[in-house]
Design a protein around this ligand. Sequence first.
Ligand code: NDP
Ligand code: OXD
Length: 313
Amino acid sequence: MDKGRVLLAVTGFHPQRWHELLSTEREVVTEPDGPADPSIAYAVVWKQRPNLLSRLPNLKVIFSIGAGVDHIFADQTIPDVPIVRVVADNLSRHMTEYIVWRVLDHHRQGLLFRGQQAKKVWREPTQRTAEDVSVGIMGLGNLGRAAASALHALGFRLNGWSRREQKMEGVTTFHGEAGLIPFLNATDILVVLLPLTPATRGIVNHSLLKHLRKRNALGGSVLINAGRGRLQKDADILRALDDGTLKEASLDVFEVEPLPKTSPLWGHPKVFVTPHAAATSDPNHLVPIMLRQMNAFERGEKLENVVDREAGY
Ligand code: NDP
Ligand code: OXD
């Protein structure tokens, strides 16, 4: 098989480094040649323009620049070719760092200490013990498992929720609709690492948050969402914070991104905001994996990390 050309189809950022690295082995274009370009075999995409991929008659594989693929499915016309997503140690490590950082900040009372420092208050609160705090991870996939294992090593109690039954040492697992409420009832800090699919859209809402365990060592429940913004209802999170359903939240993702300047989440005293920056796709680590997969595919080998279209992730 010839070395197929690559279409690099990205919106929202300048993919210069991706272009440079892909070009070390492949001819790369950012626009198809004409209305039905037959020369393109692969598309490397992040939020590609709609109706772009459907115009490529010889497209063989779509590579997502992210672990999530909802940005690809946002275009209803994508052709029926395999979609490969990002699974990489580098990305998992970055996400684990973010989750451990946020869990520890809530556990070690970062909000309280920042407030005390602002007022020059010298007061030592009762120190909590990780063994008394349970972290529940919604989405026990590549990223959820990596975070769970780091938190387990720090002594936290771990729960995990997934679509299908999963097992993991040191983690009490729950799955499916029937497992959701028991999972929430046993959780003090909820970490959301789900993909955005028709089944998960809007799942993090007020009625879900009400099921978290409030009488706990933290003095309330905490939400950390680093999955996708449209998993949550921003207004419900605000309501939950204001009526005591939630004590604090760390949010990396939002229903609308960038988070509008008018959003009350920016200035909310109990909310820690990051700009969808929990785990950024690094071309230096990810392009070699993509090129390796293209070469393997052309030798007739199986692609890895192919998305299940029916499940949507
Ligand atoms: P995986 O596909 O490896 O894992 C997804 C997990 O979610 C699986 O455990 C899966 O269950 C579970 N799940 C999916 N649908 C449902 C459902 N309907 N009910 C219950 N559980 C469900 O994904 P990753 O761990 O690699 O990534 C997770 C998400 O993190 C990405 O989709 C992306 O949206 C987000 N992300 C965010 C980043 C950021 O910077 N903020 C960076 C990277 C990713 P099962 O095990 O049964 O399949
Ligand atoms: C991803 C992301 O899906 O960065 O990888 O959001």
